[in-house]
Design a protein around this ligand. Structure first.
Ligand SMILES: Nc1ncnc2c1ncn2[C@@H]1O[C@H](COP(=O)(O)OP(=O)(O)O)[C@@H](O)[C@H]1O
Ligand SMILES: [Mg+2]
Length: 624
């Protein structure tokens, strides 16, 4: 692992990343491996007891046991004792089996503990990292894909470490033990039996290398499938509203059948490989048995040794066969690790060094700001300059796509301005120098499309802090013209929003979002088209209440309706990323340009407009 120049961790290889994730669990993994090795060793002891029984208890060959066992045995009464009490042999077998069971349990237990710790570390690291990534990164990456990486790929890596890597170690230990025990019986037979080890491993390595990237492809296709499902579920209202169910279903089914077909194809190749493996190991088994029988008849090995040898050999076969697969599946983990590295190495949102926390109730100045999203679609904002004096209200009018929201994203530094793109100042401070948390905490923004969490309305309003009182929530809701609506709900502010509760209308959502911002009492408040989904009457009522409630705050109002912004101290008219007209309502009307045209259009024959105007005045007289 390296440190980047900007102090952010950088993982230049998959190994570096896995080592990072393993911190905190590696010790437990090693412990589990110690027990696994002990289990393998005990597996070797059983055939040894049987060969001893056959050769020295049933027949009368001198016992061929480790010296310390022989000494004990002689002291207790020698082989004679075992002959008179064969139950002792059974007891020995049982003791070994029981110890083996305990070790196996300990291995499993520690392996699970380590695996869960490992996964927890992975999840925490990823989640933390994703929170620190810039808004632009989230715009570039689909939610489905990110979720896929955080679930499926995390699982793959968990399996890699807790199962594959573990079995690799176990299999190597087992092969080493079995081969050395076999060599103790007969060298020639061991050589013959071992011959198949490299062949089988080599074959499956070759095989899996050939189909190798098929797994990667399967992963990508699975990601696509879940992205479709995810997108569909998130947008379920749109899907229903536009009657696009069958189109969406077809899209899903098409991807689903492609994915299924691909897996079936892959599985057919895999089965073929499996059968080939069966044939190879069958031949090996045959060879070992024939050789053993011949050697036994010739007296080169004893009957007991023959039995032991065959037992060791069968202990060997499955692990060896699985080894090739395990090794090659590790390449799958490599892919998953790379997919996580993509997240873990992504450039984090930078907070400037010695970040400032200046007072924010100051003038806001945009100086020659140009910005492009860098997706080849040209500039979203071009050479924009304006000043909003502290405590005043700025209105921005403009068609969809004219760059209004972009200006606000830039003010919140959701997209940092680079060299040559101009600068934005609050008071004397360039926002590039302002502490990110401070900046965003001081600027309250009601988004065009507010997002509410599946929590209660009260929790949604108080989302930024748990310390708000009911009084604060009610006051903010009153200004946002939400109070009456919510009080009509049976559970009031405790009403659940979203999946598990009521579905709020667009206007109700916007009003909740407004309350959510008002409660924070920020010195800078932005309403990005946030009155678009409420009717003109409510719009007027909210604005009247706002004028009373926003106090000394600097307010930026973005709207389509002229009535929403006409009382602003200054109005900008935007088109294609540029400011076309600026001034007060009266000045702009007198100018006779776009603003005038829009005004006349919106005025024309609109009874609603007349009504709205009347409301407006009533709202104002209330104020007086
Ligand atoms: N996240 C984004 N990525 C790429 N382009 C964007 C993004 N958001 C907006 N744009 C583009 O930038 C331009 C200005 O958009 P926006 O600021 O949202 O306009 P408005 O808020 O006035 O409707 C449009 O051409 C829009 O397509
Ligand atoms: Mg917008």
């Amino acid at each position: 692992m390296n440190k980047r120049t900007d102090g952010q961790q950088y993982f230049d290889t998959p190994v570096a990343l896995i080592r990072y994730f393993l911190k905190g669990s590696i010790g437990v993994f090693v412990l589990s491996m110690v027990f696994a090795s002990a289990v393998s060793f005990l597996d070797m002891v059983l055939p040894r007891i049987i060969s001893f029984t056959v050769d020295s208890v049933i027949a009368d060959k001198a016992p061929d046991l480790p010296a310390f066992v022989v000494v004990r045995l002689e002291a207790a009464g020698g082989v004679e004792l075992l002959r008179s009490r064969p139950v002792l042999i059974a007891a020995a077998v049982l003791a070994v089996a029981l110890t083996g069971a305990i070790f196996r349990y300990l291995f499993r237990y520690f392996n699970e503990v380590a695996a869960e710790r490992f996964v927890k570390k992975m999840r925490d690291s990823l989640y933390g990292k994703i929170q620190r990534l810039p808004y632009a990164w989230h715009g570039r990456n689909s939610t489905g894909d990110i979720i896929q990486r955080c679930t499926s790929d995390v699982e793959t890596i968990k399996v890699f470490v807790s199962e594959q890597l573990t079995s690799l170690v176990r299999v190597i230990v087992l092969i080493a033990l079995a081969v050395s025990f076999m060599a103790g019986i007969n060298g020639t037979m061991t050589a013959a039996a071992s011959l198949f080890i490299p062949i089988v491993i080599g074959y499956s390595l070759f095989f899996y290398a050939k189909i190798g990237n098929a797994f990667e492809k399967a992963d990508t296709e699975e990601g696509r499938l879940s992205a479709i499902a995810q997108e569909n579920l998130t947008g379920i209202r749109v899907v229903r509203a536009f009657g696009r169910e069958s189109y969406e279903r077809e899209r899903f089914e098409k991807q689903n059948s492609y994915y299924t077909g691909f897996w079936i194809h892959l599985m057919r190749i895999l089965s073929l490989n499996w059968v080939t493996g069966d044939v190879m190991t069958g031949l090996q088994y045959l060879l070992v048995n024939i050789m053993g029988a011949v050697f036994c008849v010739n007296g080169r090995i004893t009957a007991g040794e023959f039995i032991a040898f065959v037992s060791y050999n069968s202990l060997l076969i499955w692990p060896v066969r699985s080894l090739g697969r395990v090794i090659s599946e590790m390449s799958k983990a490599g892919i998953s690790l790379d997919r996580l590295r993509y997240i873990m190495n992504a450039e984090e949102e930078k907070n400037p060094e010695n970040a400032l926390r200046p007072p924010m109730d100051r003038d806001i100045r945009f100086e020659n700001v140009s910005f492009s999203y860098g997706d080849g679609s040209g500039e979203a904002v071009s050479e924009v300059s304006f000043k909003v004096s502290a405590g005043t209200t700025l209105g921005i009018l403009g068609g969809t796509g004219s760059g209004k929201s972009t200006l606000m994203y830039l003010l919140e530094r959701l997209y940092p301005l680079e060299e040559g793109q101009g600068r934005i100042l609050i008071g004397d401070a360039d926002i590039a120098q302002i502490d990110q948390e401070w900046l965003r905490a001081q600027i309250g923004m009601v988004l065009q499309e507010p997002y509410l969490f599946s929590r209660t309305i009260a929790e949604n309003i108080a989302i930024t802090s748990g310390s708000y009182k009911d009084k604060d929530i009610r006051r903010a809701s009153k200004t946002a013209d939400l109070l009456e609506t919510v009080d009509h709900f049976p559970s009031g502010f405790e009403t659940f929003v979203g999946e598990r509760g009521v579905t709020l209308s667009g206007g109700q959502k916007q009003r909740t979002a407004i309350a959510q911002m008002l409660i924070r009492q920020c010195p800078i408040m932005i309403f990005d088209d946030s009155l678009s989904a409420v009717d003109a009457e409510t719009d007027a009522r909210i604005r009247a209440a706002l004028r009373k409630d926003t106090g000394d705050a600097t307010v930026i109002l973005i709207a389509h309706r002229i009535t929403t912004i006409m009382h602003a101290d200054q109005i900008l008219v935007m088109d294609k990323g540029r400011i076309r007209e600026r001034g007060t309502h009266e000045e702009l009307l007198a100018l006779g340009g776009t603003y005038r045209k829009i005004y006349d259009l919106q005025m024309a024959g609109s009874e609603e407009y007349a009504l709205q105007n009347a409301e407006e005045e009533r709202g104002e007289s209330d104020e007086r």
